[in-house]
Design a protein around this ligand. Structure first.
Ligand code: HBI
Length: 360
């Protein structure tokens, strides 16, 4: 039977404009979710802070002051909201237009949208894009996951397990648009890559040390969120050949990423998912990662890369020496089988079906 076509309102992260890179991986997640669902015939409108840009769906920009990043609220038992908050204004807009939609899809890692769930007539799906960071956020995740079973999703089981009621969260995986990534069978010369927001919880210093030890060039992609941290890394590893490539569009990122011998992932926290890992695989680039969080469910040790002990630079160096064991095509094949937009779109659609037409 022909599936109903849904009208979906996506609400982006309030920490930065869509396309600025401040929102990190969740910007890619939101845009890929929109593409996956539009490809299946559903309508999507995106609500995001002023200054946002997107070419995947209709965009409504909302004014207001950016939200304090949750990384600065680790351990917090109080919620922080600026005056005239863009988050407050985005959800006021959602309240006004909710009757034009079948479902709201929230991408903010924030207390307010979760709290508002029972106040809306329209069902709300929440995408929790990071592992547990604060008790005040955990408590609201638990409360809403009890009130609205199936309303909250995370990327991986590892991420869900960092929350007190992780068993109530939906494990939704991730998807990328594979047509945007070109497979590179053999890079021109050996080099390493690192992708992510440049911020202490991402452990870039370990990748710099591995580059200095192996003498391989390290290409760094992503927004410099903490300038002091970045300067300190360069000062700590003066003999490492580090090339800062900036925060690039997917097309430019994949062009350069494909030339790497391996992507190093060095999270100092429970990495929710690591978009970069599946982007690297899509280009045929193996991933060498700390055995942390969602990455343990993505990297096939010895097949599509290596998982090494958390914080072990020596482990990274040893894995780099074994890269010729990895068949680069296997990396591409894993993404095609598990992380394509089609596979993810089916999963998202089934999830929304449950929230829009809950079995009575
Ligand atoms: N902090 N308060 C807040 N809200 C977000 O949506 C948010 C954040 N910090 C980081 C972030 N989102 C994204 O970079 C990650 O979800 C990927």
């Amino acid at each position: 039977m022909t599936k109903k076509k849904y009208r979906l309102l996506f609400l982006s992260t309030p920490v930065g404009a869509l396309g600025s890179g401040v929102g990190g991986g969740v910007e890619l997640t939101l845009q890929n979710a929109a593409k996956a669902l539009i490809a299946k015939g559903h309508e999507v409108e995106i609500v995001a802070p002023e200054g946002s840009v997107t070419d995947v769906a209709k965009l409504t920009q909302i004014a207001g002051n950016m939200q304090t990043s949750a990384q600065t609220q680790v351990g917090a038992n109080m919620v922080v909201l600026p005056q005239n908050s863009v988050l407050e204004n985005m959800w006021n807009y959602a309240r006004e237009v909710q009757d034009q939609f079948d479902l709201l899809f929230n991408f903010a890692y924030d207390w307010l949208p979760l709290y508002l769930t029972p106040f809306f007539n329209c069902p709300i799906a929440h995408w929790i894009s990071m592992s547990s960071l604060s008790p005040v956020m955990d408590a609201m995740v638990s409360k809403i996951s009890k009130l609205f079973p199936d309303a909250i999703a995370v990327n991986t089981r590892a991420c869900a397990d960092t929350f007190s009621n992780g068993d109530r969260l939906m494990i939704m995986g991730k998807g990328i648009d594979l047509t945007q990534y070109n497979f590179v069978a053999k890079p021109e010369k050996p080099s390493l890559a690192w992708v992510g927001r440049i911020s202490p919880e991402k452990g870039l210093e370990d990748a710099a040390e591995a580059a200095q030890t192996t003498g391989l060039a390290l290409h760094v992609f992503g927004l410099i969120q903490d300038q002091g941290y970045w300067q300190q890394i360069k000062a700590s590893f003066p003999n490492a050949e580090i090339h800062y490539e900036g925060f690039l569009s997917t097309d430019k990122l994949q062009q350069k990423l494909g030339q790497s011998s391996a992507l190093l992932m060095t999270p100092r926290w429970v990495e929710a998912f690591g978009n970069a890992a599946i982007e690297a695989f899509a280009c045929g680039v193996p991933v060498i990662s700390y055995r942390s969080g969602g990455l343990t469910e993505i990297v096939r040790h010895g097949k599509t890369g290596f998982l090494v002990e958390m914080g072990s630079v020596l482990g990274l160096v040893e894995a780099i020496a074994q890269l010729d064991q990895i068949e680069r095509l296997t990396c591409r094949q894993q993404v095609e089988a598990e992380y394509s937009l089609e596979v993810w779109g089916d999963r998202l659609e089934a999830w929304f079906e449950k929230l829009i037409n809950p079995e009575v």
